[in-house]
Design a protein around this ligand. Structure first.
Ligand code: SF4
Length: 359
């Protein structure tokens, strides 16, 4: 299949790993930001082919993982109400709250439904005018345009019983927090190709200059990731720092203008709480006042729900690349995909789940 087979070609993979080996003269620590990239690295065992000098650090780019426990509790609070149909993508169903998850309250009678698109949630609202239908809008810049479009569609169709519980986060502010940490060992980044497909890459160029760190926009197949690593290592070895675009078959400098237009029509940038990291200034989206009737936090008046993260789960350290999943005492013991203690063990993009399945 074009754009798949050639990016999984074992000969190209071997050539690239040889080339990386030839140019690597000293240790380098590179963070792949996206959980999808982490899973590809684990699935294709790419670390085994790299020189020992290269350490890959897994980043915070798993939307389910960075959604704070507080937001999960808000979701469970709303979903437990008898006049609500709560809709969500499948990954969020099993993220543990304090005592329950969405799947367990569904088993107890709550009307929680898995959907494949926020527009499906709008359709459910149209078919159930006597219920309040809520969509759990979670994700990075990648999912924000479609979620914003559902609000525009609800407005256009005069749907009054639809709202979104929003937990949208943005990549560049998280990179700045990671690089501002004096303990950070990160020397280069693989930026997430799908995020840049929407946003473009111009917003990363000031970060490259400010922190003097190479950032390479990178895709998700084995050849993509190895090319991204090659370009990053080459810059590091040559003492250069610039923004490079490995994923040029998809990503342009300014991204998708239509997607950004709908996104910024509905959302505005705000401070946002990240799981285990805390509040990062200007790192998320909230619904603009002109669409406040679609904001579930306002519709259900749940702003007083405040919850701290559980101590036994070190998701914050995992998400910042400070520890690997196997350094968590609960990994593979109390915490497994069947009985997760934290979101990184649930999500298909979570580092803990990746290590559990592939290591
Ligand atoms: S292994 Fe489980 S408890 Fe430990 S950090 Fe990962 S999700 Fe949290």
């Amino acid at each position: 299949m074009k754009y798949i087979d050639e990016y999984r070609d074992s000969k190209i993979v071997k050539n690239l790993t040889n080339e990386i080996g030839e140019i690597t003269t000293r240790p380098w620590s590179i963070m792949e930001i996206c959980g999808g990239q982490t899973h590809s690295i684990m699935k294709y065992n790419l670390e085994e082919f790299l020189p020992d000098k290269i350490q890959l650090i897994h980043g915070p780019g798993c939307p389910v993982c960075v959604t704070p426990l507080e937001k999960i509790e808000k979701a469970i609070n709303i979903a437990s109400r008898s006049d609500v149909i709560f809709t969500t993508f499948g990954d969020m169903m099993r993220v543990p709250g304090l005592n329950d998850d969405l799947l367990s309250i569904k088993a107890g009678g709550a009307d929680v439904r898995m959907v494949y698109s926020p527009l499906d949630a709008v359709k459910i609202a149209v078919k159930n005018p006597d219920k309040k239908v809520v969509f759990f809008a979670v994700g990075f810049e990648t999912t924000a345009p479609a979620n914003a479009a559902s609000v525009v569609e609800a407005e256009r169709s005069k749907v009054k019983n639809y709202s979104m519980l929003v937990s949208h986060v943005l990549v560049p502010p998280a990179i700045e927090v990671l690089l501002s940490d004096e303990a950070s060992k990160i020397e280069g980044f693989l930026a997430a190709g799908h995020v840049c497909t929407v946003m473009g890459y111009s917003e990363y160029e000031p970060i490259v200059q400010k922190f003097e760190v190479p950032i390479v926009v990178t895709g998700f197949e084995p050849v993509d990731i190895l090319q991204g690593i090659y370009l990053t290592v080459k810059q590091l070895e040559e003492n250069r720092f610039k923004l490079e675009n490995q994923y040029s078959r998809v990503v342009t400098k300014n991204g998708n203008s239509g997607a950004k237009e709908v996104m910024f029509n509905v959302f505005e940038i705000t401070d946002m709480k990240w799981r285990g990291i805390g509040t990062i200034p200007q790192s998320g989206f909230k619904i603009k006042n002109k669409y406040s009737k679609y904001d579930a936090e306002k519709v259900f008046d749940i702003n007083d729900i405040k919850v701290d993260e559980p101590e036994e789960c070190i998701a914050g350290e995992i998400l910042q690349g400070k520890k690997k999943p196997f350094e968590c005492d609960a990994f593979g013991k109390e915490c497994t995909p069947e009985h997760p203690l934290g979101a990184p063990m649930v999500s298909t993009e979570g580092a803990c789940a990746a290590y559990f399945h592939y290591k």
